[in-house]
Design a protein around this ligand. Sequence first.
Ligand code: HSE
Length: 404
Amino acid sequence: MIQVAVLGYGTVGSGVVEVIEKNREMVNKKAGEDLNVKYILDLRDFPGDPYENKVVHDFAQILEDDEVKIICETMGGVGAAYTFTKQALSAGKSVCTSNKELVAAHGPELLALAKAHTCNYLFEASVGGGIPIIRPLNYSLTAEHIEEIMGILNGTTNYILSKMEKEGADFDSVLKEAQEKGYAERNPQADVEGFDACRKIAILSSLMTGKNVDYNRIYTEGITKITSEDFAYAAFMSMSIKLLAISRDTGGRTLAMVAPCMISREHPLYMVNGVFNAVFVKGNMLGDSMYYGRGAGKLPTASAVVSDVIDCARHQGKVIMCFWDSEEAQLQGIDDTERKFFFRVKKSGEEKVKALFAGAEYVRLPELEEECGVITGTMKEKDFEALYEQLGEEKIGTRIRMEA
Ligand code: HSE
């Protein structure tokens, strides 16, 4: 029997207990030994909960119990979760987590600590919720040189953008509705400003390069400036607007960025709608592959945590290799990267656009008579920004990068 502890009895933590309970027979069979949740750590009590007698309030009780071999950290944040994870790994207890903030901030340190104490730090649930993506990168695609990872890694923003696209609604009203329905957080900043996707692409970029990609150095732009008019232009051009998290090998360096981008109907990520997430991976031997599913939610995320628990159970006394060194990856700044850009301009600014952006294409929508859309030729980000700035008051809304 392997004793397990769950830290944090919130949405994911209670899901972990539920998955272990509901799929007990299968989970035990695949783990090779019976698993038992011995403790649930939380500040609160849960009177009437079927597992209320497992709830404890002091982490020391778990740490000092030699029977506990695997800990699920589903608390979130980088405070107590960081301290408890370090203490657990130092005591030789494996930790499985859904905590993307902690993995992105301290991944290499925690992996090294696990290795030094012959246990494991696994984080399948930290990116893409229930979608297997960490394990494929770590185990399955090991013969590949990964050239690019492009992901829709945040369910909240994908839900908002999909609804704007489908209903022609504006950002604020869709966000409000999403909050009322509980799809978006009361404080949605981490999602809508792209910070959540940034942590997740930092983790994937680190696994792609084998070095550390510091999330603070990733160019991050959210979706708050995207309008229903932008979607009208996108639809006219058979395109969609998605919040993309990108990591691309640019020849020894890595471009990592998060931004809303236009993608064409032909791209596999085009059809990823609503709360769904997907990760598109390009390898130099395999070519394209895509991993799709529920990127958030109680049971999908808990399922990924429990898959890590099973992996830990199968590898007791062994360290599962994970290539993520503390050495900083060489990042490519966004300024020198090249692509096309879409923007809107007032009718009065068209002559100026023609003078500044030679070879640009124009998109005119009958319902928007006082303006037009512009698609530039392929150009460097810094060159585009310099010219775009010169349009001054003639600009409408924001510019959107065109990715695929
Ligand atoms: N807020 C996140 C999302 C939860 O919307 O995708 C999963 O990490």
